[in-house]
Ligand binder design. Structure first.
Ligand SMILES: [Zn+2]
Length: 179
């Protein structure tokens, strides 16, 4: 979900190109050596990401303008998520040269990585953490986070600092007499 993010330059999308998807896979620790992504896989990754953002927006009753997703149909988003999750590699035992060998049903690194994300998402949205999912309300932020601590209000320390600075600025403006 964090592949759409914002800074002072505006919105960024890490999944605009296949090489962006490869960089993301490397960043999340998928190092299969063969992590080259096709345009189909890029489309799958984007559909999964947009689905997760829609489900998060619904779960958190997100009203931020940035919560608008390319995906608008919740049941379609759930379908995309479940389809991706079903492609989780399943370990298989084989006999090769009179020895046991562990193999996997995964055919490519990208669907396997997406299946891992989808499985995490099934556990998040369908599990006890769903009620702790929050939309970060810091100015301009587009991210979601799980409220891991009762005092946690922001997705990151940086967002907390920016939100406090914005509040401070508001207070000064309100208490300074207008000329
Ligand atoms: Zn934030």
């Amino acid at each position: 979900m964090g592949t759409i993010w914002a800074d002072t330059d505006g919105l960024h999308d890490d999944l605009e190109t296949a090489s962006g998807l490869e960089a993301w896979m490397e960043a999340v620790g998928v190092d299969e050596g063969t992590a080259s992504a096709t345009s189909n896989e890029l489309a799958e990754a984007r559909a999964l990401r947009d689905s997760l953002r829609l489900l998060a927006a619904i779960q958190t009753e997100d009203t931020r303008p940035t919560a608008v997703s390319h995906m608008t149909d919740a049941s379609r988003a759930v379908d995309v998520l479940n389809t991706a999750a079903r492609r989780l590699p399943i370990p298989q035992l084989q006999i090769q040269n009179n020895a046991f060998r562990r193999t996997s049903t995964a055919t490519s690194a990208v669907p396997a990585a997406l299946a891992g994300i989808a499985t995490e998402a099934v556990n998040l949205f369908g599990g006890p953490d769903a009620d702790r999912l929050r939309a970060c309300q810091a100015p301009g932020c587009v991210l979601y986070f799980v409220k891991t601590h009762h005092r946690r209000e922001w997705c990151s320390i940086a967002c907390g600092n920016r939100a406090r600075a914005a509040r401070h600025y508001q207070r000064i403006r309100q208490t300074t007499p207008q000329e």
